[in-house]
Design a protein around this ligand. Sequence first.
Ligand SMILES: Cc1cc2nc3c(=O)[nH]c(=O)nc-3n(C[C@H](O)[C@H](O)[C@H](O)COP(=O)(O)OP(=O)(O)OC[C@H]3O[C@@H](n4cnc5c(N)ncnc54)[C@H](O)[C@@H]3O)c2cc1C
Length: 324
Amino acid sequence: MTKILVIAEHEKGAPKKLTLNTLEFARQVVAHAGGSYDLAVLGSGVGGVAQALTGYGADAVYVADHPDLAHVLAGPYAKVIADLAQRAGADLVCMSASSAGKDVLPRVAVRLQAGMASDVVGVVQTAQGLAYRRPMWAGNLTGDVVVETPVQVVSVRASAFDALAATGGASPLVEVAADPQAASARVRYVGFEGVVSSRPDLAEASVVVAGGRGLKDRFNQITEPLADLLGGAIGASRAAVDDGYAPNDYQVGQTGKVVAPQLYFAIAISGAVQHLAGMKNSKVIVAINKNADEPIFKVADYGLVADAFVAVPELVGKIKALRA
Ligand SMILES: Cc1cc2nc3c(=O)[nH]c(=O)nc-3n(C[C@H](O)[C@H](O)[C@H](O)COP(=O)(O)OP(=O)(O)OC[C@H]3O[C@@H](n4cnc5c(N)ncnc54)[C@H](O)[C@@H]3O)c2cc1C
């Protein structure tokens, strides 16, 4: 029997979809091992977020509301989460493998003396017990990991799990007295410079239009009209980022974001293994590349050998004509 504590992530007063994906992971663990899950909402003025999460089958929604938790800082968050895990009697603490999850969870694991599995994409029953499936070696291998400590910590690759649908019911809200101060001293929040965009978040978009080095300084000119037409987010290869054609937060891949949209356009991207690690689980992959021998075509559902500077504007024109 497992008691799971799911750490909710939220933005602008609403739960992020990542939280629902992480809840689906928790549901799968419960389906294999029995037990139940609680949710934890940390922040300042987060009553509305907690309320919005009461319909997802948690035994309790813990609310740690404190001014020092207004911004996700790993030290204070890890302390409050570890305190809460002990209070809830949790033997598994999980959160999505977002930037925040990657920052916070290892510290939680240290505080709880827990073994940790990162970037988990599945839950499997093995002869050795319940195992967490996770990619290794830039996604070239998939390993099943059994964590042997009494308390476990898991970061969940959100794109590998569907969002848990609301189950109905009403989990009780439990206010907890959070004490982040002891861990606040060494780091101070200065500011947040977010990218202002009307496009969907890259990690959550159902369509991603990604461009590579081949687009050169016409990166925006080629990717933006197609992304806007399809309501998609824009992604990029690392080479496009390194060469200054696309901003850092567009990067998809081993050292960028991991995405699994319904539709992924790889335009002038060669398909290096490090790029594939971030997008190969996309439902439908369309590759446009002028070189037919590139490895991107091995993972593509649809491949177009063409000059992107000609083919993409033509595609945009055709979609517009069809819609008209
Ligand atoms: C430790 C490590 C981590 C890494 N992490 C990442 C990562 O997270 N994400 C990532 O993407 N990479 C990552 N890389 C880099 C990766 O190995 C590749 O170098 C990179 O993905 C290549 O990007 P690219 O396909 O845009 O560029 P290139 O390999 O240079 O390919 C450019 C492509 O554009 C095509 N092209 C050129 N002109 C046109 C045109 N007019 N029309 C159509 N096609 C055209 C070419 O045929 C070619 O296929 C990492 C590497 C290392 C070592």
